[in-house]
Write a protein that binds this ligand. Structure first.
Ligand code: ZN
Ligand code: ZN
Length: 299
């Protein structure tokens, strides 16, 4: 996985903008959920590309958020499979798709965490460029309600009705009401689910599909900028587009004893085409670990 990597700084801007290889090209986005609204103008202004969107392809065959269809593989696999579905009929050679994942932050379980990943496929060069973004900027939430009164604080917290909801009985039925955007629809879904669940409550969740979730759409926009910057960054060795962070090296030295710690020491930047690799200091320029973070000083 390549989650949480940072864009390399100080490169990818300026001179290479004039001769980057995708100027005037079109790219096909596979999305059923209106993501072109967040991506098209970024790809136009940064890369000079025209984005078209295919909605003919049912990306739900690759799994859904609500779990009706299970998502096999990693986010990267799913996003890549989506982009490839768009290119399958060979009418386009440049493809784009994104994938999101939401849940509690493993470090702070009471805070929701959003992970978004976007993949650009260039079938001419045999190149795949991806970027990801991990952020607390999400309204992701899910709660069991015993009555409509329980909804009160929840609706403000998740930004309803600007953000849509999903309602389903906790037990007893597999019925799901998605894309709820009005008080009337919410009331109706709550009432129907309450009849079906045998007193176990109703699960109300945020609908994370991009066109129904403006907060997610903003994050996808930020990620599109990050991906465009990476596409603009040529490999210092072979000039292929998409040079950037491909991993990390741990071992940030302890300030007190100099021993390597488990913290990240360097970012490893790499090319998707040739074997060129470059070790760079952390993007936050932190050079030392504290004594308390050292397994030797603070076992
Ligand atoms: Zn130490
Ligand atoms: Zn290269």
């Amino acid at each position: 996985m390549t989650l949480g990597r940072k864009s390399p700084q100080g490169i990818g801007h300026g001179s290479c903008q004039h001769h980057h290889p995708y100027q005037g090209r079109s790219v096909l986005l596979t999305s059923m959920h209106g993501k072109q609204a967040a991506i098209a103008d970024i790809f136009r202004s940064k890369l000079g590309m025209t984005l078209s969107c295919t909605t003919q392809i049912d990306t739900d065959q690759l799994g859904t958020f609500t779990g009706d269809i299970e998502r096999p593989g990693t986010m990267y696999d799913t996003a890549l499979a989506k982009a490839r579905l768009g290119l399958a009929d060979k009418t386009a050679v440049l493809g784009l798709a994104s994938e999101g994942c939401f849940g509690p932050d493993p470090t702070f379980p009471f805070v929701a965490l959003s992970t978004e990943l976007m993949v650009f496929v260039d079938d001419e060069r045999g190149l795949i460029v991806s970027e990801s973004l991990v952020t607390h900027e999400t309204n992701y939430a899910s709660q069991t309600m015993m009555s409509c009164d329980d909804l009160n604080g929840f609706l403000d917290k998740v930004g309803f009705p600007g953000h849509a909801l999903i309602v389903r009985p906790k037990t007893g039925s597999s019925v799901v009401f998605k894309g709820i955007q009005t008080d009337e629809a919410l009331q109706d879904a709550m009432t129907r689910c309450a009849c079906l669940n045998g007193g176990q409550g109703v699960i109300v969740s945020t609908d994370m599909r991009a066109h129904l979730n403006p907060t997610r759409m903003r994050v996808i926009r930020t990620l599109a900028q990050k991906l465009a910057d990476r596409i603009l960054t040529p490999c210092p060795n072979c000039q292929s587009p998409g040079f950037g962070t491909i991993g990390h090296e741990k071992g940030l030295p302890c300030l007190a004893c100099g021993q390597p710690t488990h913290l990240i020491h360097h970012e490893i930047c790499g090319c998707q085409v040739c074997d060129f690799r470059e070790k760079r200091p952390r993007s936050d320029l932190r050079a030392w670990a504290q004594e308390g973070e050292c397994a030797y000083c603070n076992p």
